[in-house]
Design a protein. Structure first.
Length: 255
């Protein structure tokens, strides 16, 4: 299952039942779990940690040093969970002194030429479209869909269950459960189809919709709208998530 034409540093740790193709490069200080498939010309660099049942396609580079001039060679990692599909030419850089690690969770699809910069935290169950780029320290919550060729400014936060239109670019946070699109990017409604597919009840979807009507369509500023949401919308973990996301947003939310 391991080609003699692959280079694997003697210090690398490889789990059971892994398939490693010709011309794969695996550096020292790498730990790879079980049942992974690594295709030709993939490079797994120093400091990478990979879980189980991942498929890594040709040309992917995981764990390369950050593209951050503040990086001085400090110890850091790129940590990949389980059951991810990492397609051709995806690049995932390891962390810097800021957070120390870049994280990709479980059950994600990263399509061709996605870039995940240093100290990014990418949750689980996400779909990331071709050629989308995440700047340093971006956070993407679980079950987000970010379409192709999206440019995300460093430090931005993308909420869970969100869908971001292809070709978008933004430098503010995108709250959960919505569709973000148009040019310049703005709130474009609730991700109703996505929420129904994930099993959200009609009542819960309506409550989320009512919260965003107050936030985006009431004419109130964000703080006033959130106070109104707290008083008028039945509280649930999903509504609390919206409120906490917006209250803790350091860059402000898209409008």
């Amino acid at each position: 299952m391991i080609s003699p034409l692959a280079y694997i540093d003697p210090e690398a740790q490889i789990g059971n039942n892994c398939e490693i193709a010709p011309f794969v490069y695996i550096d020292k200080n790498v730990v790879i779990g079980d049942n992974n498939k690594i295709m030709p010309h993939a490079c797994i660099m120093y400091g990478t940690r990979i879980g189980n049942n991942n498929t890594i396609f040709p040309g992917a580079v995981i764990g390369a040093v950050p593209q951050d001039l503040k990086f001085k060679g400090e110890e850091s990692t790129a940590e990949i969970g389980d059951n991810n599909l990492i397609r051709e030419n995806v690049t995932i850089n390891r962390g810097t002194a800021s957070k120390g690690k870049t994280i990709v969770g479980n059950n994600n699809l990263l399509m061709e030429s996605v870039h995940v910069a240093h100290d990014v935290i990418l949750g689980s169950g996400c779909i990331i479209g071709n050629s989308t780029k995440f700047g340093g320290e971006v956070i993407i919550d679980d079950n987000a869909i970010v379409s192709a060729s999206v440019l995300t400014h460093q430090f931005c936060h993308i909420g869970g269950y969100t869908m971001v239109q292809g070709g978008s670019r933004f430098s503010k946070d995108i709250p959960p459960y919505i569709i973000a699109g148009r040019e310049p990017i703005t709130y474009a409604g609730l991700n109703i189809v996505g929420l129904r597919r994930r099993g959200f009840s009609n009542e819960l979807i309506e409550n989320i919709h009512n919260a965003y009507r107050l936030i985006y369509q009431s004419g109130l500023n964000v703080s006033e709208a959130l106070e109104k949401v707290k008083k008028e919308v039945p509280m649930s973990p999903e509504i609390e998530y919206i409120i906490n996301f917006i209250e803790n947003s350091e860059r402000g939310i898209i409008r």
